[in-house]
Every structure is written in structure tokens, then in C-alpha cells.
Design a protein around this ligand. Structure first.
Ligand SMILES: *Cc1c(COP(=O)(O)O)cnc(C)c1O
Length: 345
């Protein structure tokens, strides 16, 4: 790996971050806060939230076995995706490499930041080759994006290939584990210390059932996390979100139950799909959704919309010709989908 200074944009490396009123005050036992131009009325919403979300990171750290210094929290993982481009990629000069197909936000953030985005096609099993990915890099490649389980294909990427990329790439590897709660494959979080160039993304939006509160996590070395914290908006995670997330962490056993139920429902839905005349192939999934190749994705998508059922049409995505991506819902919702597709002619 290059040094972090070599990887970071020079202006960001030099940047002195905005220092908020709450950053400067870090003493104990204060009770009169006249430093931040807040309104003293309208409790409890009148105060600015903790910029570094300390209480939340303490609870999250216990669950994830990670120190608060190794955790970045943002307005969805999308914030962390944008910030890695802004911190490490010089617009118009540096580039990022990613598997294809994958989550669309990597490319959107690359383009917003004027960073060349290089795609390396997966094989017919939706797997990637580390050698092929590394061959697409050059000395201006700062980031490699991997997503496991991958969206929209649903499968885990091979651990040995991910490790090969981590061991051989000079820049940062962004490993998106948005769906890892649903997978049997262990998270790379336990290996974070072995790989100084690893940034793991996770989210409260999927298994945690909290897409509405917008909370994403990045786990990385203390040095990488400090850079992200330096350039984020000072109060990027609002107080309501921090409180709701803490409450969710206190009932994480409930999440385990949801995940178990969704995995069982997925199996049933996949089996029901395999029997449908309009379904040609159901691709194996390690997530809370699966990809299915159908006889005519556009027609079936539109038919389902007419029935009041929305799935994701992935027909125009690489390798996903005539594919629909189906999120696993409640038993009743999944039943309606199957019943509608049985009636499709
Ligand atoms: C849904 C999803 C996310 C979550 O994004 P948030 O901004 O945290 O809601 C991240 N990565 C992938 C691959 C996803 O599918």
C-alpha cells in the first residue's frame, strides 16, 4: 500500500477542519451552554447533536467489536462513498476501478466528482477475478470498489479473490457489506487490522430496518477514519437518528429474528419462482433479494406495476438481460407477487 499521505489529495491532507462550538468544548460537568447560538427553549431539539456521535459509536463498537476510532458514521453509506472520492481522488486525474454490474452509487459519485470510473465485467457466475481487476488499475487508481453480497446479483464474492485484491492493490479497497447480515460468509470486519487499505461499508438501511433514518457506517484504520471525519459536515448525523440507532442497538436480537425470517422467506420465494413458467432462471442469493431471469423483463415489470406490485427491472444492466431484482417482503407480500405472476400469460 502507498502511504496514506500519497493516497490523499494534497488539499485534503493539509486541510484544517471546521471547528464547531461543540468540538472546542470537551470538558466535564458543564450545565450552561452559551457557546453555539442555540435557542434555550424547545427541549430536547434545541441543541446541536454530537458531531462524532460518541454514545452511538460506543454501543455500536460493542456489537461490532470495533473501537470508536475505527468507525465513521454518515447520512447513509452513500455519504461515505462520496467522501472517499472527495478525500482521495483528484478530479480529472485519478481513477477508481469497480466490478460490473454493481451498486450504481459508486459510478454516480465518481462522475459527480469528475473521477474516471473503470468497470471490470463479472463472469457468468457473477464472480470476479482479482487479476483482471488489478490489471485495470494504474498508478492513478486510488480506489477499488467491491460489494459482497453484490447488488444486484445477490451473491457473495469469493473471499480468496477479495483477499488477493487487498494484498496486491496499492490504494484503498472499499468493500461494501450492506447485505452481509444476510450472508453465511463472515464479515471482513474481524480482519480489519490485517488490512490497512481496507474500508468496510455497512448500513442501517437493510437488515436493521432503518432506511428512513439514513445511517451508514464505515470501518477502517484510525488514520483513514480521521480523514473522513475531517471533511464531513460537522453535524452530518442528526440527533433523532443517533437516538433511534441507539435504541435499535439495544434490541439487536430482534434484527437477528428478522434476518432469520427473511432468509426463510427468500428460500420459499425462490422455490416458488423456479416453478413459474415466466421465470427462466433464479440466481443464487446471499442477500435479502434475488435476481431472476424471466421471459420478458420489461413486459413482466409493467404487468406487475399494473397489479400494484413493484420489483426492480435490471434489464438494462450488464449481464442482467431480462432480469428482475426481487426484494423479499413479508409472507403476504411475497404471496401476492407469486399469485400475480401465476396469472401472467
Ligand atoms: C442499499 C445499499 C446501500 C445502502 O445505502 P444507504 O445510503 O446506507 O441507505 C449501500 N450499498 C449497497 C450495495 C446497497 O445496495
Amino acid at each position: 500500500m502507498k502511504t496514506l499521505q500519497e493516497l490523499t489529495r494534497p488539499n485534503i491532507w493539509k486541510l484544517k477542519p471546521y471547528s464547531s462550538a461543540r468540538d472546542e468544548y470537551k470538558g466535564a460537568a458543564a450545565s450552561v451552554f452559551l457557546d453555539a447560538n442555540e435557542n434555550p427553549y424547545n427541549l430536547p431539539h434545541n441543541r446541536y447533536p454530537d458531531p462524532l456521535q460518541y454514545e452511538l459509536k460506543k454501543d455500536l463498537g460493542k456489537l461490532k467489536k470495533a473501537a470508536p476510532e475505527n468507525i465513521f458514521l454518515g447520512n447513509g453509506s452513500d455519504e461515505a462513498i462520496d467522501l472517499v472520492f472527495r478525500a482521495f481522488c483528484e478530479p480529472g486525474k485519478d481513477n477508481a476501478v469497480a466490478i460490473d454490474p454493481t451498486y450504481g452509487m459508486y459510478q454516480v459519485c465518481a462522475e459527480v466528482n469528475d473521477v474516471e470510473y473503470r468497470k471490470v465485467l463479472l463472469d457468468e457466475h457473477f464472480q470476479f477475478s482479482a487479476d483482471k481487476l488489478l490489471a485495470a488499475t494504474d498508478d492513478r487508481t486510488k480506489l477499488i470498489f467491491l460489494c459482497s453480497p453484490n447488488n444486484p446479483t445477490g451473491n457473495d464474492l469469493l473471499r480468496s479473490e477479495i483477499e488477493k485484491v487487498l494484498n496486491n492493490f496499492e490504494g484503498l479497497v472499499i468493500l461494501d457489506e450492506a447485505y452481509s447480515d444476510f450472508s453465511e460468509a463472515p464479515s471482513f470486519l474481524a480482519s480489519l487490522k490485517e488490512y490497512p487499505n481496507l474500508v468496510i461499508l455497512q448500513t442501517f438501511s437493510k437488515a436493521w430496518g432503518c432506511a428512513a433514518i439514513r445511517l451508514g457506517m464505515a470501518f477502517a484504520s484510525e488514520e483513514i477514519i480521521s480523514i473522513l471525519n475531517k471533511i464531513k459536515y460537522p453535524y452530518n448525523v442528526n440527533q433523532l437518528t443517533q437516538q433511534q440507532a441507539i435504541q435499535m442497538l439495544h434490541k439487536h436480537y430482534e434484527i437477528d429474528r428478522w434476518v432469520k425470517a427473511l432468509k426463510e422467506e427468500r428460500k420459499e420465494l425462490e422455490n416458488a419462482f423456479a416453478e413459474l413458467p415466466c421465470v427462466l432462471e433464479v440466481f443464487p442469493s446471499d442477500a435479502n433479494f434475488f435476481l431472476a431471469r424471466v421471459t420478458d423483463a420489461v413486459k413482466i415489470y409493467n404487468y406487475l406495476v399494473g397489479e400494484g406490485i413493484i420489483v426492480r427491472n435490471r434489464h438494462n444492466i450488464s449481464l442482467c438481460c431480462n432480469c428482475l431484482r426481487v426484494t423479499v417482503g413479508t409472507r403476504a407480500e411475497n404471496g401476492k407477487l407469486v399469485e400475480a405472476l401465476k396469472k401472467y400469460k
